[in-house]
Design a protein around this ligand. Sequence first.
Ligand code: FES
Ligand code: FES
Length: 174
Amino acid sequence: MTISFTVNGIPHDVPDGRGTDTLLDFLHDDLNLTGTKLCCGIGVCRACTVAVSKGPTDAPAPVISCSTPLRLLGNSHIRTVESLAEGDRLSPVQQAFLDHFSFQCGYCAPGFVMAATIFLEGLAKNPIDRADLDAAIEGALGEHICRCTGYVRYYEAVRHLALQLVGLKWGSVR
Ligand code: FES
Ligand code: FES
């Protein structure tokens, strides 16, 4: 028996016996996808966040790869930070974090990038009132830890993108 899933669109099958391996170890050791970072390793900091959906068109959810065993990922579609840029062209979130000087050492950045990408994709499909945007950003990013304390500029970048790139309901703006 095998556990089957895709990573950045490429199918993978791993034997059941590896079901307790973490997704992060699989990404690093089997696929050499090292953009997803190991920081705390115990599910607290979210530096290791990737996007996981159950169907190719289903809304993705953020998943903490350091603490997620492969056995929970059967039939999942996993996206890592490596999937976002197209050649030399960064994704809108990556570019916005650069433009806003959001990170310093950058170790937490892949997790913030993935969480912000998932958040903005969701916002594009399910707009919210503009007045609720700051709370929604806090909900999406609030559990990510940045040891260099770059939170404000991460939030500013996501707010800027949300206002520029995705539809928001404007009715309740005061
Ligand atoms: S490295 Fe996974 S939550 Fe910190
Ligand atoms: S930029 Fe260094 S941990 Fe966030």
